[in-house]
Ligand binder design. Structure first.
Ligand SMILES: [Zn+2]
Length: 312
């Protein structure tokens, strides 16, 4: 195997790029802006330019670089075909891996969905290291997921495997999810979802709560839970009920060794974890009851690590 690989994580505002050694050591990371104008026509060209310039700077040739892995905000199938990426203003269905490889003089390129790729990063050198099967759950503005079985990403038929944020959890939800459906897990387990639950609870009564003085953010809810605030604890119970139940269903289907919880909400991990695991244990099939839970450790770099691992 060649000594180096590049890992790329494409977001709506910036593209993170990492140069890695094949043992998972990060040599250097940097980022370039994502140019979404003209339907994102220059995004892949900008990435190719940045990589070729770095190879020249480091005096690396194709004999030194195993390839380039790229994580993208959209459904990407096992062949590298992306089906639209709203954040990048990409409307078409096309093979990203082939197109980028063409811009890189034929260098090997593999592409994946960003949440799936972040899961692979955690499995490689993060808190999922040493586990063959894991499910990563990212609790941010939305809820993302990535499923690794036998050390490999499960892409699914159209690249949509691991979209756990859109598992239907509640028949009675009136608000619409970003995806157009109603009652998705992300409407209760994301940072936005936690705030939605909070605002419902605050409006339902005049009950005294520190949340009436605090800002309405997920972080403030968890701080209030730590202070023992009854209303905040009820919000946490609802969050945990939806997420714990959702993860128990995933465990019944995949039976992973471990769940890795990441994203901004997970930074309050010591407080939130018991709310999740309690509800998980309550609903999961008995043979899955030993499933472990841990917090992600690679943070925003998970994507570039996992992307590099795609080609290694
Ligand atoms: Zn949804």
């Amino acid at each position: 195997m060649k000594e180096y690989a590049f890992g790329i994580d494409v977001g709506g505002t910036s593209v993170k790029i990492g140069l890695f050694k094949n043992d998972g050591t990060l040599v250097e990371k940097w980022s370039i802006p994502t140019h979404t104008e003209n339907n994102g026509a220059s995004i892949l060209g900008d990435i190719a330019k940045a990589i070729l310039a770095k190879m020249e700077e480091k005096k690396l040739t194709e004999a030194d670089v195993e390839g380039v892995g790229i994580g993208l905000p959209g459904a990407v199938d096992a062949q590298g075909v992306i089906h639209k990426a709203v954040n990048l203003h990409w409307e078409d269905t096309f093979n990203v891996a082939e197109r980028l490889s063409g811009l890189l003089n034929g260098l090997k390129v593999k592409a994946g969905n960003d949440a799936n790729v972040a899961a692979l990063g955690e499995a490689w050198v993060g808190s999922g290291k040493g586990y063959d099967s894991l499910v990563m759950v990212t609790l941010g503005t939305g809820v993302g997921g990535g499923v690794i079985v036998n050390g490999k990403i499960v892409e699914g038929a159209t690249g949509a495997a691991g979209e756990i944020g859109h598992m239907h959890m509640n028949d009675d939800e009136e608000k619409q999810c970003n995806c157009g459906n109603h009652g998705c897990l992300e409407q209760y387990a994301s940072a936005t979802g936690i705030v939605n639950i909070l605002e419902k609870e605050l409006a339902a009564s005049d009950e005294n709560s520190v949340m009436r003085q605090k800002k309405h953010t997920a972080k403030d809810v968890w701080d209030a839970v730590e202070e023992g605030d009854a209303l905040a604890i009820r919000v946490a119970e609802q969050f945990g009920s939806y997420l714990g139940k959702g993860l128990s269903i995933i465990a019944d289907v995949i039976n992973p060794e471990i769940f890795v919880i990441g994203g901004g909400v997970s930074l309050s991990g010591d407080v939130i974890m018991p709310f999740i695991t309690k509800n998980f244990e309550k609903h999961v099939f008995h043979a899955c009851r030993g499933t472990k839970f841990t917090r992600a450790i690679l943070g925003n770099d998970g994507g570039i690590y996992g992307a590099a691992k795609l080609v290694l």
